[in-house]
Design a protein around this ligand. Structure first.
Ligand code: NAD
Length: 510
């Protein structure tokens, strides 16, 4: 019988990798051993399954076309056919109103489109998650991600990041994250709605406005938050009191002004502060951007409004470059206002060159903004970047190896936990407005956000430089640790000191 091999080292995962900075900062500040244990692993890891009935699809016929040469066109009500990204159509019953259908062996011909095979509807099971990392400072808080490449480890990373981020932003929340392993673009709008409602049906016992508060993340938006709100509150006696159960809602149903742009706005405030520290402004600075979704497009729009120049943009489907600068408002119209641009991509934008994703990393610029997925700035990518500052909009875009290379090359960093904290900060404002049944103006929201982001950014910078001080705008005197550290470690020091205070002053329930 083969002997069992006992691993000598704990398995390295994206979670253990992401926790490196936690351990580094914990060692530096001599974090209490028990507090460390409380934070090392999440409070709860929920995995559950959600089933949905998928509609019938018309899927393009790739083989056997000759057999159906003589098949006449079928006429279906276009309104009953929803196109999907993979070229198929979701078939809804209303497509048959006034239809003329000629079908043989489950194949039909759509006029001007070609042959399609009918794939009958069936139920499908999806894996769903909610990780609740820590609630020492307040209810768990964190986004809902719908994406095909998610895993428990990824949600653990993202939930822990939320614990650090809420502490750094000094909002009274802890950290959580969750979502569904699904490509939302592979579903019809009705299927996506059913999946979202079913997810909340199973999630409901685990969350609540004073317990765990989801928000949008990759693949979800204000519409999804509206559905989650409805499913959570439907039939409740005092349902209006429960509006704060999700944030990132439409402003007409309790969402906050400024929330949609908040993450990009927060990143722009950090970048402004980075320039202010050098006696400068973002005007004239050159930007290369990865990700043109909520965070990337809003950050770019705000920074270009301050006079910066957008040179290159990469997203999941392509990369564009214009050495003279890209008109960001025109690009936003191309991506978001053109119904034929179903993938919401910058690819094919006519007023720029199409380059490869790899070329993005060679663009000579001042600021590189990763605002897509995690793990993009690896060691080799960091070796290539030609920028002075990496300003992280995405969660975890730089690997530990990437970090080491950036530091070695003297490229400065605005770490994600402060860089993209604008979203959760305005989520907190939304939650307060919901509790108080108030509605604040965008000016009020942005005024508070600017003050919060800039003062916390300054505290992190003071920790990094070991220059504790108390000024009219911020007080870093409690947090500096007697020596200089990098910005990412400094941000973690701030988070851990703020969390540790709760354990120190409140103690543990035994
Ligand atoms: P989004 O879904 O609106 O946009 C994502 C963008 O990334 C799209 O342009 C997409 O094409 C691009 N992308 C996806 N895969 C890619 C790939 N492999 N290579 C290049 N580009 C790719 O998402 P978002 O809300 O803008 O979030 C972006 C990042 O910011 C995520 O890491 C998210 O966790 C983080 N974040 C978002 C918020 C928020 O409020 N939306 C808050 C904090 C952090």
């Amino acid at each position: 019988m083969a002997a069992r091999v006992v691993p000598s080292e704990p398995r390295s995962t994206i979670y253990t990798e992401a926790m490196e900075v936690f351990h580094r900062a914990a060692d530096l500040i001599g974090l209490d051993r028990r507090v460390r244990m409380e934070l090392e692993e999440p409070d709860y890891e929920h995995i559950f399954y959600v089933t949905v009935k998928l509609h019938t699809r018309l899927s393009p016929l790739t083989q056997d076309g000759d057999r159906f040469k003589d098949l006449p066109d079928s006429e279906l009500l276009p309104d009953g056919l929803e196109p999907l990204l993979d070229g198929s159509f979701v078939f809804k019953r209303r497509a048959l109103i006034g239809a003329n259908v000629a079908m043989r062996d489950g194949v039909l011909r759509l006029k001007g489109k070609g042959l399609y095979k009918v794939v009958p509807g069936r139920p499908e099971r999806f894996k769903a998650y909610r990780v609740q990392h820590n609630q020492a400072r307040g209810p768990y808080k964190g986004g809902i991600r719908f994406h095909q490449d998610v895993s428990l480890d990824l949600f653990k990373v993202l939930a822990a990041e939320m614990t650090w981020k809420t502490a750094i932003s000094d909002v009274p929340f802890g950290g959580g994250k969750g979502g569904i392993k699904v490509d939302p673009k592979s579903l019809s709008s009705e299927e996506l709605e059913a999946l979202t409602l079913r997810y909340m049906y199973k999630l409901k016992p685990l969350i609540g406005p004073d317990l765990d508060i989801p928000a949008p993340d990759v693949g979800t938006d204000g519409t999804i938050m509206g559905l989650l709100l409805r499913q959570y509150t439907d039939g409740e006696r005092e349902r209006h009191k429960l509006r704060g159960v999700v944030t990132g809602k439409d402003t007409r149903i309790g969402g906050s002004e400024g929330r949609v742009k908040a993450t990009g706005q927060g990143l722009a405030y950090c970048i402004q502060e980075w320039f202010a520290d050098r006696g400068a402004t973002p005007a004239g600075s050159r930007i290369a951007l990865q990700g043109f979704g909520n965070v990337g497009s809003n950050a770019a729009e705000i920074l270009c409004g301050l006079g910066a120049k957008l040179l290159a943009v990469n997203d999941a489907f392509g990369t564009i470059f214009n050495p003279n600068g890209i008109d960001v408002n025109d690009l936003i119209s191309y991506v978001y206002e053109n119904p034929r641009n179903m993938r919401r991509t910058v690819a094919g934008y006519p007023k720029a060159q199409q380059i490869s994703k790899n070329d993005l990393f060679d663009v000579d610029c001042d600021i590189f903004i990763p605002a897509a997925l995690g793990g993009e700035i690896t060691g080799p990518v960091a070796e290539r970047l030609k920028c002075k500052l990496v300003a992280e909009g995405a969660n975890g875009p730089t690997t530990p190896e990437g970090d080491r290379v950036l530091a070695k090359r003297g490229i400065e960093l605005i770490p994600d936990i402060i860089g993209n904290a604008g979203g959760v900060t305005v989520s907190y404002y939304e939650w307060i407005q919901n509790k108080r049944m108030e509605h604040w103006s965008e000016t009020e929201v942005n005024g508070r956000l600017e003050q919060a982001i800039k003062s916390n950014y300054r505290i992190i910078r003071d920790i990094a430089r070991n220059t504790p001080r108390r000024t009219a705008t911020h007080n870093s005197s409690r947090y500096a640790i007697g020596k200089e550290v990098d910005m990412r470690t400094a941000a973690m020091v701030l988070a851990l000191k703020r969390i540790e205070a709760h354990y120190q002053l409140e103690g543990f329930s035994q």
